[in-house]
Design a protein around this ligand. Structure first.
Ligand code: ZN
Length: 202
């Protein structure tokens, strides 16, 4: 499986990083080795500025290529939350030189997934609210209506380039409020009012 991740999909987050609003989705891939399948994130030694990015995630249920947005919901079977851990200092250097972001974005443990919930297409008719707390303080919140491209449009775009396979995970981009993590921090992710995960930085 792979993680297909979207950058710059929320206007407020684009502003906080002083990026330009893209004319089409910004896409990057994390390999399966990026999966963090435990509730501890070990701070990597190659960075001094790892940031959390809480994102809505959707799981692909069957193989597809060139999927039209109106059929995209048929390719999703679960959804939940993920953290796109980003070595912001490494990314800043790469961006400066116009180089690919993988060292900053796709390292081992950079893709944390909450437990996922069954997906119903009706969920796409209303905003899906989510937020992140660090040490009990709310630091990020957003909802799916604030996305520049919704998940159906994202699936259409990415499947133009990449075959989506069963079990692939779409990270739909982060809202504003990204920030650094420190060793000892406790992160908690909420979907609506339901706590979906707790995660410790070590
Ligand atoms: Zn992200």
């Amino acid at each position: 499986m792979k993680f297909v991740c979207i950058g710059r999909n929320y206007v407020d987050h684009i502003k906080e990083l002083s990026n330009d609003r893209p004319s089409e989705p910004v896409v990057f891939i994390k390999p399966d080795t990026a999966l963090l399948d435990q509730n501890i994130f070990y701070y990597p030694r190659f960075s001094k500025d790892v940031h959390y990015e809480l994102e809505l995630v959707f799981r692909i249920s069957k193989i597809g290529k060139n999927i039209e947005s109106k059929y995209a919901h048929k390719y999703i079977d679960a959804y939940g939350l993920g953290i796109d851990f980003t070595a912001r200092d490494v990314q800043a250097k790469l961006k400066e030189k116009g180089l690919p972001w993988e060292k900053a974005k796709a390292f081992n443990g950079s893709a944390f997934l909450s437990g996922l919930k069954p997906f119903d297409p009706i969920l796409l008719d209303n905003p899906i609210y989510f937020h992140l707390e660090v040490n009990g303080q709310k630091v990020q919140d957003g909802d799916s209506s604030l996305m520049i491209w919704n998940v159906s449009e994202l699936i259409e775009d990415v499947s133009t380039y990449f075959t989506l396979k069963t079990g692939d995970i779409i990270f739909t981009g982060t809202p504003a409020g990204v920030g650094p993590v420190q060793i000892g921090d406790k992160l908690a992710g909420f979907l609506g009012s339901e706590k979906l995960f707790e995660l410790t930085i070590a």
